[in-house]
Each structure stands twice: as C-alpha cells, then as structure tokens.
Write a protein that binds this ligand. Structure first.
Ligand SMILES: Cc1cc2nc3c(=O)[nH]c(=O)nc-3n(C[C@H](O)[C@H](O)[C@H](O)COP(=O)(O)OP(=O)(O)OC[C@H]3O[C@@H](n4cnc5c(N)ncnc54)[C@H](O)[C@@H]3O)c2cc1C
Ligand code: FES
Length: 510
C-alpha cells in the first residue's frame, strides 16, 4: 500500500504528544483583583508577570489552555516581522518604528532570560532570521527594508544570497541573533510558575460579556475584578470599541515532516505572496522536523476546497526539500489591525479597568510578551514606554488606515449581501460523506455536513455574531465566517470567536 502524502486529520505539531494539565470549570461567583480571559501565550504571560505582585489573579479559558492560536503557531521568536519597519516608518515615523523594534527586542530578550532563569526545556535555539525575495519586485522590497534597518540603527543585518536554503533566492535580509522555540513547552512552564505563585486557572469557562467590573460567563456565573484583561485573541466583548470593524482574521496552513539531513540553519519567510515560511524544530522523538507554512487567506473567504492549500504547500516541500511524506498538518488564524500594530491597553477610552491585547498579525510570540508587560504595568500602575505606541485608541486614522478600514468593511458588507441573496444550487443528496456545503432544504438555506458514515448534521448558516453566512472549511470540517473569522464545528459549536453562541441546529428527519 502506498503511504499517504498528507495526514488525514489536522493535528498541531506542538500539541501532538504534549500532555497538558486539566483544570476545573468555574462553577460559582468569585471576586479577584485581576481576571484574565483567555489562556494563550498572552494570558499566560500576563498571569506569570502579575503572579509576582501578590495580586489575586484568576485565568479563565473558554476551551482548553493553549489550544487557541498559540498551540498552532510556527513560533519564530524574532523581531523581523516581514517588511514591518519600512511600513511603520511610512505609516507613522522613524521614532515609532524604532520603539516597535525596541519593544519586541526587549520581549525577545525577556523570553530568553526567562527560559534561562526558570530552566525551561522548550528547545530554544538562537538562529538568524531571513526575509527573502524570489521576484524582481521582492528584491526592491527587501532592499528597502534593509534601508529601514539602517535608518533605525538596527544592528546585525546584512544583505545576502547565501541563506542555507536548498533553492536560490534573489536577495535576502539576514538578521542575526533571533530565536525559535516550542511555544507550548514555554507557555506551560510560565503557567506552572504562575500557579506556584497562587494564580488559579479554569477551563471550559467561557466569558460572555463585561459589565462594569464584572465578567459574565456563558453559564451565568460572575467574576468581579478590579481589572479585567481581555486576552481571548478576538476580544469576546468586541462591541466595546468596535474591534470587529478594525481588524480582519487571516488563516494560514502548516506542514511538518522529518527534515532532510542538510536542513537549513535559519528561519525564513519570503516577502511576496503567497507566503512561504520555513523553520525546523526538534521533535520529542529526537528527530529534527521541517516546518513549512503559508497560503494565507482571509478566514472564510477561500473559493473551493481548503485542502488545496495543504496540497500547494506539500508540492512546495516536495520540489524544494524533496519531502515525500508529512507527519503533521494544521491551520490557524491570527488578527490583523488597520495599521499592522497590535491593539494593547485600555479597551475603550475612559474605562481603564478593562484592558485588551489583540491583533499581532502573525507575530505574536514577541508581541504577546510586549502586550503582557504593558497590561501588567497598567495594572500595577508602573510606567511603560510602549503604552502610547500600542494604545488601541491611537487611531487618529491615517490615509492608509482609512483605506484598510474601507476595504475590511466593504468585504464584510459584500459577504452580508452575498449571504442574503445567493441561492445555493446544491441539495442534500449532492453532499458526499465527509464533506459539507450550503444547500437548499424545504425552501431554506441550510448548512449540511455528512460524516464519514453518512450521518447528517444540519445548521442554520447565519453566524451568531452579526449574521453573515458561514462557509464550509473542508480541511478542518468547520463552518468559518467570512466577516470577522468566527469558527464553528460541523455541528455548530463555537470553536473561536468573536461569536460565542453556537449556530442554530436544524432538525433532520430521514
Ligand atoms: C499559522 C500561524 C503562524 C504563526 N507563526 C508565528 C511565528 O512564527 N512567530 C510569531 O511571533 N507569531 C506567529 N504567529 C502568531 C501567534 O501565534 C499569535 O499571535 C499568538 O499565538 C496569539 O496568542 P494569544 O494568546 O493572543 O491568542 P490564543 O493563543 O488564541 O489564546 C486566546 C485564548 O482565549 C480563549 N478564549 C477565546 N474566547 C474566550 C472567551 N469568550 N472566554 C474564555 N476564553 C476565551 C481561546 O480559547 C484561546 O485559548 C502565527 C500565527 C499563525 C496563525
Ligand atoms: S464573525 Fe462577525 S458575522 Fe460572523
């Protein structure tokens, strides 16, 4: 029998064979100093920092710890965030671009020092990061980024074509002294230290709304807190501050296979689209793995079968690294703000007790650390020189921001109209086992999924966030919303927000 090239199930390389502790549900009302909503890298780092202050801190997680985007990342710990510095100089100014570099450099150093201090075994490696070009237009962009580095005084950078990749590139910007690690091992160690310092964690405890200084949970309990930290990736209370209109959600795909013996000794990302992101990692089995990522698109907006994205990446790996078989495949999404800078700080002007951290644009390893430090300093009333830079209320919108705002929201409006006007031409009998789509059933639009045994699951396809029609993501067997990126399982349960109510189920009688 020939071996399948891609695994049939999606499984994160970081979460595979990684045991995580289980925590109870919160079943009563409680009162604390600080309530943190969301146990990804942001929430856990904030809990770790605040645990050293003697404050009473609780972390609630809607599903399971580290099973959000942090468990599905590629975990490069770098300050080379694509061609970010030229963008920041153009959108803001040199001073702000330099501040961003300083903030993320401090965060990178914090991660490294914390690993040393706590003796965390998370496979941290110091490596160069490369931003490379494989087209003529790309060369220009890479060289402009080098100019931005020179303007800002960023040290350790050179232009080179010698990357260690098995394929030639037209130009590359190499930045020395960056890092990569195992994000789940790192975050788990911080969480254990926070618990040792008295922080309490709860799982399957989903926040619904924030009213004044109270977090209301889906199951009715309340957490009263002096400060509330919204670290839920997409802010679950996104109506406060209209976050849904100021961000979009981008999904990407990743594959892992045993690395070739002459594996590349760096971390790589191209400057063009589609993105190709490459790094290696040590596996629990002592083998080195090659990780390839890319094929990003706005969540819920991909025409056709999303499995095609894995196949395209697999073909890239086959061509460039001679990979014939992959052990893991997974996909995830991150949030992008209008001006590419995360939103961290007071969630809505005037309500200083509710803080938010979101919008890392796929550079959340250092940015979540910056965010956790800003939030901890705001709680502890300490100075932090990055507060203004990351302030969510900074948006005195610039020309470029207005353009992205208009583009984001025009896309949403188009999806809303499409959802109301398009009549699907499929019927239930057209749906194959193991797949799903929007069909017409008894004169109504219905989301239909048939499992491998042919069992039928029907849902109303209107997203419970703001009513856009969801689309079926065949690679993950989920219903994904093209408007703000909410995701639901094939039977309608919430996988990720901003929606917090499940899709309405539709009765099916054979
Ligand atoms: C494919 C991909 C590759 C990436 N690669 C890199 C990289 O190489 N380097 C880098 O720096 N960054 C990278 N990133 C970005 C980085 O992974 C993320 O920015 C970061 O992990 C986000 O962390 P978080 O803690 O904010 O969110 P999450 O890890 O998503 O944590 C949020 C948590 O909140 C919980 N939650 C949500 N709603 C509620 C609610 N209502 N109540 C309670 N809990 C709730 C969720 O279940 C989740 O566990 C990548 C992202 C993607 C998608
Ligand atoms: S996520 Fe906003 S309408 Fe679906």
């Amino acid at each position: 029998m020939t071996q399948k090239i891609l695994p049939s199930e999606s499984e994160s390389y970081w979460l595979a064979n990684k045991e995580l502790p289980l925590f109870p549900k919160l079943i009563e009302d409680i009162e604390v100093d600080v309530a943190i909503v969301g146990a990804g890298l942001t929430g856990i780092t904030a809990a770790y920092l605040l645990s050293q202050s003697g404050r009473k801190v609780v972390v609630i997680e809607g599903s399971n710890i580290l099973k959000g985007t942090t468990g599905f990342t590629t975990a490069k710990v770098t300050v080379q965030h694509g061609p970010i510095y030229q963008q920041l100089i153009n959108t803001f100014d040199e001073q702000k671009a330099r501040l961003y570099y300083d903030a993320n450099t401090e965060a990178k150093n914090f991660i490294k020092q914390t690993i040393e201090q706590l003796n965390i075994h998370c496979d941290f490696e110091t490596l160069p990061a490369y931003l490379y070009a494989d087209t003529e237009e790309g060369i220009e962009e890479v060289e402009k980024e080098m100019d931005a580095y020179n303007t800002l005084g960023i040290e350790g950078a050179t232009l080179t074509k010698d990357t260690g990749l098995p394929y030639t590139v037209k130009q590359a910007l190499k930045l020395e002294n960056q890092g990569q690690f195992h994000p789940v091992k790192y975050a788990k160690a911080l969480m254990e230290k926070a618990i040792e310092n008295g922080v309490q964690f709860y799982e399957e405890t989903r926040a619904k709304t924030v009213k004044s200084n109270t977090v209301e949970l889906m199951e009715g309990q309340e957490i009263r807190a002096n400060k509330i930290l919204v670290c839920s990736h997409f802010p679950f209370n996104d109506g406060d501050g209209l976050y849904f209109a100021r961000m979009h959600s981008e999904r990407s795909y990743a594959l892992a296979s045993v690395a070739p013996t002459n594996y590349p000794k760096g971390m790589y990302i191209n400057v063009e689209k589609p993105t190709r992101s490459v790094r290696t990692a040590m596996g629990n089995d002592g083998k080195r793995y090659l990780l390839i990522g890319g094929e990003g698109h706005v969540t819920g907006r991909f025409e056709g079968d999303t499995n095609a994205n894995y196949e395209t990446l697999a073909a890239f790996g086959r061509e460039q690294f001679k990979v014939s078989h992959y052990d893991y495949r997974w996909s995830a999404q991150d949030l992008v703000t209008l001006d590419q800078l995360p939103y961290v700080g007071t969630m809505t002007a005037g309500k200083t007790d509710v803080l938010v951290a979101t919008g890392y644009a796929k550079w959340g390893m250092t940015n979540s650390t910056v965010a956790a430090k800003i939030m901890a300093d705001l709680v502890l009333e300490k100075e932090n020189r990055y507060i203004d830079l990351y302030n969510p209320a900074r948006s005195k919108m610039k020309k470029e921001d207005i353009k992205s705002f208009a583009k984001n929201n025009a896309g949403v409006a188009k999806e809303l109209v499409k959802g109301k006007t398009e009549i699907p031409d499929l019927k239930l009998e057209d749906i194959q086992s193991g797949s799903g789509d929007i069909i017409m059933l008894d004169g109504k639009k219905v989301g239909a999924y048939k499992d491998d045994q042919g069992k039928v699951y029907l849902v109303k396809p209107a997203c419970t966030h703001m009513g856009c029609n969801v689309s079926f993501n065949s690679a993950e067997s989920s219903w994904d919303c093209p408007c703000h990126g909410s995701r639901f399982s094939y039977n309608g349960d919430v996988i990720e927000g901003p929606a917090f109510e499940p899709l309405e189920k539709v009765e099916y009688t054979d």
